[in-house]
Design a protein around this ligand. Structure first.
Ligand SMILES: Cc1cc2nc3c(=O)[nH]c(=O)nc-3n(C[C@H](O)[C@H](O)[C@H](O)COP(=O)(O)OP(=O)(O)OC[C@H]3O[C@@H](n4cnc5c(N)ncnc54)[C@H](O)[C@@H]3O)c2cc1C
Length: 417
C-alpha cells in the first residue's frame, strides 16, 4: 500500500495507524491466531490484542471510539490476520451496548477486562426463527421480584458458548421491535448453556440456551422495551467498519494476485503481460480504491455527527461486494494454486463468504439490507424533509432541464461526451 491508496484528506498519523496495525497483525497476531482451535474463542489471541494495545484503542477513556479509528484498526487487522480482526470486532460488538447504555458499575465491571482481552464478550440478538426480522424475537424476559427471568434459545451468536459476558436482547412486551429489552448476562450465570456450531469458515459461533436465567434490574441496558435502539445504536457505530474489514481483505487479495502475476509464467512470459490478466488487476485496484474512499468518507461523516445512513450503507454494500469480487478474481489468476488448503486466497474466499453474509449482499432485498436502506434514503430525499441540522433537501427536478429542450429518461440532461 502506498500514499496514493489513502484518501487525500487523511493525516499521516492515521495512515500510520493502519499500516502499523497491519504489520503487527502479520508479524505478532497471525502466529497466535494459527494456534487457535478452529471455531472456538482463541483466548491467547484476545490477550495478545490487549497486550499489543489494539483492543484498548476502542475503549478510550473519554467515551466511545470514533468510527474512523474503528475503520483504521479493522482494515489494518484484516490485512494481516482475519482471525485477529474477527476476534477484535466481536469484542467491540459484544461490549458496546454495556459501554453505551450500562450503569457506571456495569461499565467498571466489564469494560476493563474486555479491553485487555481477559474477558470475552458476545452480542446475542439472532434466534433460530428470527434473524433479519429482529422484531420477531421470541426469547422472553419474564418479570419477577428484583429483575427478570430469561427463557429461550439464541442461535448464530459469535463467541457463544464461550463468552464471559453477553449483551442479550429479549422480549419484555408485545409489539415487535418495540417490546425488546437489552440485558447484561454473565456467561457463568445459572441456566446459561450452549453448543458451538461449525460454519464454512472457522468462526467462534454457537447457540445460547437460556433456561430461566435470573437477571437483576440493574443489569438492564437502556430503558425497558427500548432494546432495539440499543442494538441499532451499537450496529450504527460498527456499520462503516464492516466495509473497512472487507477492504482490508480485498487489499491482501489484490497484492497477492499482483505478485503472482509477475512471477508465474505461461506461454513463455509472466501472466501480467497478458492483457486479460492485467486488466483484471486494474479493475480490482480501481474497486479497492473506490471502496476505501467510500468507507472512510462514511466514517468521517459519522464522526462529524452528520446523517450517515445512506453513506454507511453504500460503503458497506460496495466494500463487501468488492472484497468478494477481488478475492474471486485473485483466485482465478492463481489457477489451481490458490485453491490449495492453507493458501491465503483459499482462506479469504471462505472467510469473505462467511462474514459478508446474508445482510451484506446486494441480492438480498430484506428491509435491513444495505440496498434496501440506500433505496429508502433515496426516496426519503425526494420528499424534501428537513435534514438533521435543519437543512432541507430540495425535491428533484423531473422532466425538462431549465433552459433546455432536452429530456432524458431520468429527468436530467443528456451528459455531453
Ligand atoms: C459469521 C456470522 C456471525 C454472526 N454473529 C452474530 C452475532 O454475534 N450475534 C447475532 O445476534 N447474530 C449473529 N449472526 C446472525 C446474523 O445476524 C443473521 O444470520 C442475519 O441476521 C440473517 O438472519 P438469518 O440467518 O436467520 O437469515 P433469514 O432472516 O432467515 O434470511 C434468509 C434470507 O432471506 C432474506 N430475507 C429475509 N427477509 C427478507 C425480506 N423481507 N425480503 C427479502 N429477502 C429477505 C435474507 O436477506 C437472507 O438472504 C451471525 C451470522 C454469521 C453468518
Amino acid at each position: 500500500m502506498g500514499l496514493e491508496d489513502f484518501p487525500r484528506w487523511m493525516p499521516e498519523e492515521q495512515r500510520d495507524k493502519l499500516l502499523q496495525t497491519r504489520r503487527l497483525a502479520l508479524e505478532e497476531l497471525a502466529p497466535v491466531a494459527m494456534n487457535g482451535e478452529p471455531g472456538r474463542v482463541n483466548r491467547p489471541l484476545l490477550r495478545a490484542l490487549g497486550e499489543h494495545g489494539v483492543l484498548p484503542q476502542i475503549f478510550p477513556s473519554e467515551g466511545p471510539v470514533s468510527a474512523l479509528t474503528l475503520c483504521l484498526l479493522r482494515e489494518g487487522l484484516a490485512g494481516g490476520s482475519t482471525d485477529a480482526e474477527t476476534a477484535f470486532a466481536l469484542q467491540g460488538l459484544g461490549s458496546y451496548p454495556i459501554l453505551l447504555f450500562g450503569s457506571a458499575e456495569l461499565r467498571q465491571r466489564w469494560i476493563p477486562p474486555v479491553a485487555s482481552g481477559e474477558a470475552v464478550a458476545g452480542f446475542a440478538l439472532t434466534e433460530p426463527d428470527a434473524g433479519t426480522d429482529a422484531g420477531a424475537l421470541s426469547v422472553r424476559a419474564d418479570r419477577v421480584d428484583g429483575g427478570y427471568r430469561l427463557v429461550g434459545v439464541k442461535k448464530w451468536i459469535s463467541n457463544a458458548p464461550d463468552a464471559d459476558v453477553y449483551s442479550i436482547f429479549a422480549r419484555t412486551s408485545d409489539g415487535g421491535a418495540r417490546g425488546l429489552t437489552a440485558f447484561v448476562v454473565p456467561g457463568d450465570s445459572e441456566g446459561v448453556s450452549g453448543e458451538p456450531l461449525e460454519l464454512l469458515a472457522p468462526h467462534a459461533i454457537g447457540t445460547l440456551e437460556l433456561d430461566g436465567v435470573f437477571v437483576p434490574d440493574d443489569h438492564v441496558l437502556g430503558e425497558v422495551d427500548h432494546g432495539f435502539s440499543v442494538a441499532m445504536r451499537t450496529l450504527d457505530l460498527f456499520r462503516a467498519s464492516v466495509g473497512a474489514f472487507a477492504v482490508g481483505m480485498a487489499q491482501v487479495a489484490l497484492e497477492t494476485a499482483t505478485g503472482y502475476a509477475a512471477e508465474r509464467r505461461s506461454f513463455g512470459k509472466p501472466l501480467r503481460e497478458f492483457q486479460a490478466v492485467s486488466h483484471q488487476l486494474a479493475e480490482a485496484a480501481a474497486r479497492v480504491k473506490a471502496a476505501r474512499l467510500l468507507v472512510y468518507d462514511a466514517a468521517a461523516l459519522y464522526d462529524a455527527g452528520d446523517r450517515v445512513t445512506k453513506a454507511a450503507a453504500i460503503a458497506k454494500l460496495y466494500a463487501t461486494e468488492t472484497a468478494q469480487w477481488v478475492i474471486d478474481a485473485a483466485l482465478q489468476i492463481h489457477g489451481a494454486a490458490g485453491l490449495e488448503r492453507g493458501h491465503i486466497l483459499e482462506h479469504l474466499y471462505r472467510d469473505v463468504r462467511g462474514r459478508a453474509s446474508t445482510k451484506e449482499r446486494r441480492r438480498s432485498s430484506a428491509r435491513s439490507s444495505p440496498a434496501s436502506c440506500i433505496a429508502r434514503e433515496l426516496l426519503r430525499c425526494t420528499r424534501a424533509r428537513p435534514g438533521r441540522r435543519g437543512r432541507t433537501v430540495p425535491p428533484p427536478r423531473t422532466g425538462r432541464w431549465p433552459g433546455s429542450g432536452a429530456r432524458s429518461a431520468c429527468g436530467r440532461p443528456p451528459i455531453a461526451p
